[in-house]
Design a protein. Structure first.
Length: 470
């Protein structure tokens, strides 16, 4: 477990997510600010232990709240995770299991398996957290990357199918949410059809920060929910020139100076927002969640000690940073090592707002309030992953995974092989225990198979038996 507390603090207090309910009461109808950075790796913050980076504002957020050491994205790529956050449903159940749109060029020419069929949009029939909170009187704003609206229309500045935009899924405002997975440019003009130019050369995270502040200011007399899903730190690698020059002078190892600069600039934009919350006297009753949609892009980040990166079922692809702050509810300077996953955000925000889940609808996540308030444990014993598609790099093997306690099992679909790792002693997933712990591996595989059946997960098919229609 990573710990970044000072020695003095560590001696004075020892609070973990397994402690008693010291903060059992929560104020009614909090504001919610949900921040998801694109492609930010688990080790890409100073508070996570990376001293080569400068992230003072996010580090301060962690010091004021709870940092999760074992948080996971629902998938090793972006679109499935985004859909999971919005609906509380697993990508396998949603049939959104890859970055949108899934493309034939992702499939290696010599692949034995063809990827599972999937949807290239989030159907409006799914009830989102924005719709639930809007019905309860919340103002809802979306800023940044959506990537759930089908293929982009050529020569339409990133426009996708407007039927599947945030405005159709419960958001009052949508600024920048399109079919794009990454922007044409991080500098104004961005050439996105719903992000009009403002100041030539302005860096995108700062533009979104100003827009979020304007929205919060306008809605300060009523509860609001803001989703800030930054396009940074996704490709293309672009950042302010002075920051790139700063990091070029440092010893960064595998870190790309442009990537490090993008992270610092994004952190600075977070600082503007957090400062505004204080000035508006909104911090005390605002639940702030900070996380990433998947692991970092392997070509620019240093994933150590995790194995692999974005697009893989290894820890480097799915373990992500996560921080939650809610003064008076979430104790400051706390760590939690319970495994949590993207689907948990839906029921967590629902319960925080005083709303109940619809018992007639499936829900694959679990409210994290017992962990956040230190009042109890989660009911589940496992979390699951399903990635039956090829990533953009074509290098991953199709499979599913389950984490139960300290153990993680990966099942490979091409040959049926199993990989079993003890993440407590082997976070780098170097020692496959499947042969030495056959009973445990078999038990976890049985649970994985049952879960796929429960979610009606789509599976890949042998190339010679292709029946899918695109």
């Amino acid at each position: 477990m990573i710990r970044t507390f000072s020695l003095i603090f560590a001696c004075l207090i020892s609070l973990t997510c397994n402690s008693g309910g010291l903060f059992a009461e929560k104020p009614a109808r909090p504001n919610i600010l949900f921040i998801m950075v694109d492609d930010l790796g688990w080790m890409d913050l100073r508070c996570q232990g990376n001293e080569r980076l400068h992230t003072p504002n996010i580090d301060r957020l962690a010091a004021q709240g709870m940092r999760f050491t074992d948080a996971y994205s629902a998938a090793p790529v972006c679109s499935p995770t985004r859909a999971a956050v919005l609906t509380g449903l697993a990508p396998a159940r949603l049939k959104i299991t890859n970055h949108i749109p899934d493309q034939e060029r992702f499939t290696p020419k010599d692949a034995k398996l063809l990827p599972a069929p999937m949807l290239n949009h989030l159907p409006v029939e799914h009830v989102t957290i924005a719709e639930r909170l809007k019905e309860a009187g919340y103002a809802t704003g979306f800023f940044g990357k959506w990537h759930l609206a089908g293929r982009r229309v050529p020569k339409k500045q990133g426009q996708g199918d407007l039927r599947f935009y945030p405005e159709k899924q419960g958001f009052d405002v949508n600024l920048g949410g399109t079919a794009m997975g990454g922007p044409f440019s991080f500098f104004d003009p961005y050439n996105l059809h719903n992000l009009p130019p403002r100041k030539t050369g302005e860096y995108m995270p700062h533009r979104f920060a100003d827009e979020v502040i304007q929205f919060m200011t306008a809605q300060r007399e009523k509860p609001f929910m803001v989703f800030l899903w930054n396009y940074t730190v996704h490709w293309p690698m672009e950042a302010p020139a002075d920051l790139i020059a700063k990091y070029k002078k440092r010893e960064l190892g595998r870190l790309d100076p442009r990537y490090a600069a993008m992270i610092e600039s994004t952190d600075a934009s977070m600082g503007k927002i957090f400062k505004s919350l204080d000035e508006l006297d909104l911090s005390k009753n605002t639940l702030v969640v900070f996380t990433s949609d998947n692991g970092a892009f392997g070509g620019v980040a240093d994933m150590h000690p995790l194995r692999e990166a974005k697009g893989y079922l290894y820890e480097g692809g799915i373990r992500v940073p996560m921080i939650a702050r809610w003064p008076g509810v979430i104790p400051a300077n706390t760590l939690c090592d319970d495994p949590v996953i993207s689907m948990d955000f839906f029921p967590t925000m629902l319960e925080a707002a005083g709303l109940e889940a619809d018992a007639s609808q499936p829900l694959d996540g679990e409210s994290l309030l017992p962990l956040l308030q230190q009042s109890g444990k989660l009911k589940r014993s496992e979390i699951y992953f399903h990635y039956p598609n090829y990533a953009f790099h074509q290098d991953n093997r199709l499979g599913s995974a389950v984490r139960a306690g300290d153990y993680k099992l990966i099942e490979r679909f091409d040959d049926g092989s199993l990989e079993l790792y003890d993440l407590k002693s082997d976070i780098s997933e170097k020692k496959n225990l499947a042969a030495s712990k056959k009973e445990l591996a078999a038990s976890l595989k049985a649970k994985l198979v049952a879960w796929r059946k429960h979610t009606n997960a789509a599976m890949p098919v042998p190339r010679e038996k292709e029946t899918r229609q695109r």
